[in-house]
Every structure is written in structure tokens, then in C-alpha cells.
Ligand binder design. Structure first.
Ligand code: IDP
Ligand code: MG
Length: 158
């Protein structure tokens, strides 16, 4: 599996419920590296664009209101198979359908207020990272910290 980057943001309910540290901590402990991190209030037009594929759905307008209702915490995570692993750690879209042990399974009950966004494909990750961050906002870490996360003795992390 390749080393990938993915875009995550913690939605306004995660910030207001003081779950930011808890959720970031899960990604850190898993072994992901944080390449970029910031807190901001998303504009309505930005959110409409981010969720453009859902335009016309019955939940689109409530979703726009939800995601613009307070500050969010946005990050780029890097790791092996990051897009799918982060999606698995998030759980299902609805809190009630998310397995215990996942972020939504442990902390969410709503069909709407579900704490976290994560890119759903490598292609959407590239697009979303480009929408949220300038290239120079991504750091590069020293690689020696990874040698107890992956087997780094070959040409690729395994
Ligand atoms: P995802 O966040 O699990 O990828 P998407 O289908 O991309 O889910 O939907 C984006 C967001 O829209 C969800 O995270 C949730 O907040 C909201 N949403 C999705 N489906 C529904 C629904 O059927 N009713 C209400 N809100 C929904
Ligand atoms: Mg989605």
C-alpha cells in the first residue's frame, strides 16, 4: 500500500464538544504524521463548493448550515493507505450505524452531526488538500521518527 495524504476536518460539533484533542490523538497514536493543521471558520461559499456533489440532496442546506455554524479544525494526515484507514477510523456516515471503536461510533448519535470529514478517495484528497492549504503550509518531517511505525529497512516503508 502506498503512502498517501488525506484531508480531515473536525466539524463544529467536534470543536464545541471539546473532542478535538481526543480525535487528533487517535490519528497520532495510529502512526499518521500531521503535515498541516489549522483552525478556521469556513465561509458558506467554500462549504457549498466542498460539498458540491451533494447539491440537491435533502440534507444539503442543513449540511451547509451545520458546517458553517462554528470553527473547524483542518489537517492533512500522511501514512500508509491513509485515505481508507482514516475512513475506517471515522466509522459510517450516521453515528448510530458506526461501530464502537470508530470516532463516530464512540462519540456520535446523529445522522448529521457526525464530528469529522475525511476525503473519500485519493483523487478527492488531492483536490481537497489543494482547496484548504497552500503547498507551503505542508511541512516535511524528519524520517527517523517513522522507523518504529514501519519497517524502513528496504526501499519503501512496509
Ligand atoms: P461522509 O461524511 O461519511 O463521507 P457524505 O455522504 O459525504 O458522508 O455526506 C456528507 C455529510 O452530509 C455527512 O458527513 C453528514 O454530515 C451529512 N449527511 C450525509 N447523509 C445525510 C443524510 O442522509 N441526512 C442528513 N445528513 C447527511
Ligand atoms: Mg463524504
Amino acid at each position: 500500500m502506498p503512502i498517501e495524504k488525506t484531508l480531515v476536518f473536525l466539524k463544529p460539533d467536534a470543536v464545541q464538544r471539546a473532542l478535538v484533542g481526543e480525535i487528533i490523538s487517535r490519528f497520532e497514536r495510529k502512526g499518521f504524521r500531521i503535515l498541516a493543521l489549522k483552525m478556521l471558520e469556513l465561509s458558506e461559499s467554500f462549504v457549498r463548493e466542498h460539498y458540491a456533489t451533494h447539491r440537491g440532496e435533502h440534507f444539503y442546506e442543513p449540511l451547509v448550515r451545520y458546517v458553517t455554524s462554528g470553527p473547524v479544525v483542518v489537517m492533512v494526515l500522511e501514512g500508509k493507505n491513509a485515505v481508507q484507514v482514516v475512513r475506517d477510523m471515522m466509522g459510517e456516515t450516521f453515528g448510530t450505524e458506526s461501530p464502537p471503536g470508530s470516532i463516530r461510533g464512540d462519540f456520535a448519535l446523529s445522522d448529521r452531526y457526525n464530528l469529522i470529514h475525511g476525503s473519500d478517495s485519493v483523487q478527492s484528497a488531492v483536490e481537497e488538500i489543494g482547496r484548504f492549504f497552500r503547498p507551503d503550509e505542508l511541512v516535511s518531517h524528519p524520517t527517523d521518527g517513522l522507523r518504529w511505525v514501519y519497517d524502513m529497512t528496504g526501499t519503501e516503508p512496509v
